[in-house]
Design a protein around this ligand. Sequence first.
Ligand SMILES: [Zn+2]
Length: 140
Amino acid sequence: MIKICPACSSTWAGGVHCEDCGGLLRDPFAVDAAQALPRGIWGYIRLQYGARRGMLVRVMAFLMVPVVFGLGAREAVLWPSPWNALGIAGAALAGFLTWATVYWLAGRAVKIWVLRKGQLNKRRLARAMLKRVIKSSRTS
Ligand SMILES: [Zn+2]
């Protein structure tokens, strides 16, 4: 269960008091959370969960290396003499490429789906500010 400090926006896995500033921690899923917590906190929570999801995918990618290598090598051992060594080396390469591909894709996914959402909000904010500037320059 995640808990948040309204004073410094630190997140904690449970507890009562913030270990950074000593403030009282709040439950973000409580009924009064919308009033008790600062508005920007939801984007921050989404960012944290998104980054964590990317990290889990990368761990999964690492665990896939022995599986890919094992499946490839099991097939390659049965091949005739010069080819079996090549096949095992190829299985090792395939394992590495699987890891590298999933690792890279996880990084891209976090950049596109997690970090870009914050950018879109910033762009909307900039547009709103621009509109306000234009409006105030027209009236003056
Ligand atoms: Zn705090």
